[in-house]
Design a protein around this ligand. Structure first.
Ligand code: FEO
Ligand code: CA
Ligand code: CA
Ligand code: CA
Length: 630
């Protein structure tokens, strides 16, 4: 049976051990290309970032921001591959650039102290330049790529190449378009936002567009206390910020200091224009991206669309914060495979739902719909559907959604339709019954059936089967698929009624000797035969580097999870996207060297020698060809 199972899962690689090496570690017979690095220019008219100056500690160049607007952004995250002419060796790659690390961008940066008080004109100019560069290094990078004589490279000057930054104009679609909370001085009608940032994971639609998810947007907005002190601002606006953890004074990115959009005391409604899913047409570089507000506003990890049997589109989404929720949008209209243009606004109309996981193993998708006679009405703080979408976290709380251990990627298995949710971890999940105040409300912090470990230090994965295998169903059954950790010794359980804080559970797989330890699952992906691929962001059981793992989801080897790849020191591994022929696995290496300084780098990946580390996209292949993992 084992031989048969490995044929059906086609996983024949020799698993690797967790590694602390400052390198990409792969099984024997595998190789990788570094496809594109932070600072490489997409156009020959603009120079690449001068990495030697970075190494030498030069603060920045006068044209750094202008150049960065044409260069690959920093800290790559989600990756999606859009084939050109149906090919697996030629396509357009959409890559998120989630955030910036000032310490790595501006070596020997004296530290950002803001512009208030007595500062020199030179200092003001410097800070303006820092903000301009970091705004340009976030957002999305779109780049044509091709595989030639076996190795992948990007195509400079391709007509598809494009940068979308924290200042790019983006239309607002869906019920929150034009809503009172969406209006600002710069956009008095609330129909056009400026930029996208904190872009974490993403998704692709069946009509060939890219979805980018705005996640930790709260870290860009400062001075909540000053906003609260203003007595000329509608208290409704102030209260609407409660469920996002906005910064009371200074915030990590300091954009507010030179751009009042990010100063809550000056622009109280700007944050409502972020925290959305943004749809981008990668094949039309002149198109304006659109924020799809019908999909709700929260710390979006990603968005995974699936076409239901009746033609409606279900989009599965996680809200990555402690004790937040899992969502599903169902479109009102139906997908038309023969008419791409007809699908372009499918994500503007439909119903957003949030998941409640019951101890019985069943669950419900609860609709987030404004209704004067229902729970989401004026008395509950919602004047219309726009308020419900903008304050989706509050609405979900009032409906009794199940608070989860940081839901990251939510993806559908292409062979079974089952849905997998990666909950990365939650150190604040308590062992004993109790409540905690987190995210602007009091919440039950005790373990629940779908989040069975307190504390949850290594994360877990939940598997959902929609009732009748119908993605528009409002009922589902669910089970725990994985409790991450170290399966060696007596930690591995095969019976979930035995769960303890340090238990590991691998879908019931009993042979610990064949399993790899894993912690902090984040992005997940599927190959076309339904193996679940997992990449990690955070602590590992043996303090090894983040990496990539794979497990079959059906057959006798269901749950036999083994490590496939390990990343360089200090990085998070994200992306996890296959070419259609499954012969290439695209991975983002985000923040290599994190925790070090430019004076004492912890990593020199990928340039080697004494170079500073640089986030980059890699393409992994099997030497001599064949599906990755075989
Ligand atoms: Fe940006 Fe939830 O990881
Ligand atoms: Ca990240
Ligand atoms: Ca993530
Ligand atoms: Ca993460």
């Amino acid at each position: 049976p084992a031989a048969n199972a490995s044929r059906t899962s086609q996983l024949g690689f020799k698993p690797i051990q967790g590694s602390k090496a400052d390198a990409i570690v792969l099984p024997p017979g595998y190789t990788h290309d570094v496809l594109i690095r932070w600072g490489e220019s997409l156009f020959s008219s603009v120079p690449d970032l001068d990495a030697t100056k970075l190494d030498a500690g030069v603060l920045f160049e006068p044209k750094a921001a202008e150049h960065q607007r044409s260069q690959f952004g920093q800290n790559c995250d989600a990756i999606h591959f859009f084939p050109l002419n149906g090919r697996s060796d030629h396509g357009v790659l959409c890559v998120n650039n989630e955030y910036t690390d000032d310490a790595l961008m501006f070596p020997r940066h004296p530290g950002f102290r803001g512009l208030r008080g007595a500062v020199s004109r030179e200092y003001v100019k410097q800070q303006q330049q820092v903000v301009a560069v970091t705004k340009a290094a976030q957002g999305v990078s779109i780049v044509e790529i091709v595989r030639k004589r076996g190795s992948w490279q990007f195509v400079k000057d391709s007509k598809y190449n494009r940068r979308i930054t924290a200042d790019t104009p983006i239309n607002i679609g869906g019920a929150a378009r034009g809503a009172a909370l969406m209006k600002t001085k710069d956009d008095p009608t609330g129909v056009r936002a400026f930029g996208t940032f904190a872009n974490c994971a993403g998704g692709e639609t069946p009509w060939g567009t890219y979805l980018t998810a705005e996640e930790n947007i709260q870290d860009y907005f400062a001075n909540l206390d000053q906003l609260k002190a203003r007595n000329d601002v509608d208290p409704f606006i102030v209260d609407a910020h409660r469920r996002f953890r906005m910064w009371s004074a200074q915030c990590p990115y300091n954009w507010d200091v030179v751009d009042s959009r990010f100063d809550l005391a000056v622009t109280p409604t700007e944050p409502f224009r972020f925290g959305w899913i943004v749809e981008i047409d990668p094949l039309d570089p002149t198109s304006t991206p659109i924020k799809r507000t019908a999909l709700g506003r929260f710390a979006h990890e990603g968005a995974s669309p699936v076409i239901a049997r009746n033609g409606r589109v279900a989009v599965y989404m996680g809200d990555d914060d402690k004790f937040e929720y899992v969502y599903k949008f169902i479109s009102a209209g139906r997908f038309d495979a023969k008419n791409r243009a007809a699908n372009r606004n499918l994500l503007d109309q439909g119903t957003l739902h949030v998941a409640r996981f019951d101890a019985s193993g069943k669950g419900q998708w609860l609709p987030l719909v404004f209704d004067p006679k229902g729970p989401l009405n004026a008395a509950a703080g919602f004047r219309d559907q726009a308020d419900v979408l903008i304050k989706a976290r509050m609405a979900a709380y009032l409906l009794g959604a199940t608070p989860m251990d940081r839901p990251e990627d939510v993806e559908a298995n292409p062979t079974t339709g089952r849905i997998y949710i990666a909950c990365t971890r939650n150190e604040s999940r308590t062992v004993e019954p109790g409540t905690t105040t987190y995210g602007g409300r009091e919440i039950d912090s005790a373990p629940n059936a779908a989040n069975p470990r307190g504390a949850n230090n290594f994360g877990h994965i939940i598997e959902i089967a929609e009732a009748g295998d119908d993605h528009t169903s409002l009922e589902f059954s669910w089970e725990v698929f994985l409790l991450a950790g170290d399966p060696s010794g007596d930690r591995l359980i095969t019976d979930l009624t035995q769960v303890k804080t340090d238990s590991a559970y691998y879908a019931g797989y009993a042979n610990a000797a064949e399993l790899s330890p894993i912690g902090s699952p984040d992005n997940i992906g599927f190959d076309r035969i339904g193996n679940l691929w997992i990449v990690s962001d955070g602590v590992q059981p043996h303090v090894s580097n983040n990496g990539c793992w794979v497990t079959p989801t059906s057959g006798p080897n269901r749950g036999r999870l083994q490590q496939f790849m390990s990343g360089p020191v200090g990085c998070e591994v994200c992306g996890c996207q296959f070419s259609p022929d499954n012969e290439t696995l695209f991975i983002s290496i985000q923040h290599p060297g994190e925790g070090g300084s430019t004076a004492k780098p912890r990593s020199h990946w990928p340039d080697g020698g004494k170079h500073q580390p640089r986030s980059s996209v890699i393409a992994i292949r099997k030497e001599g060809g064949g599906p990755v993992g075989s």
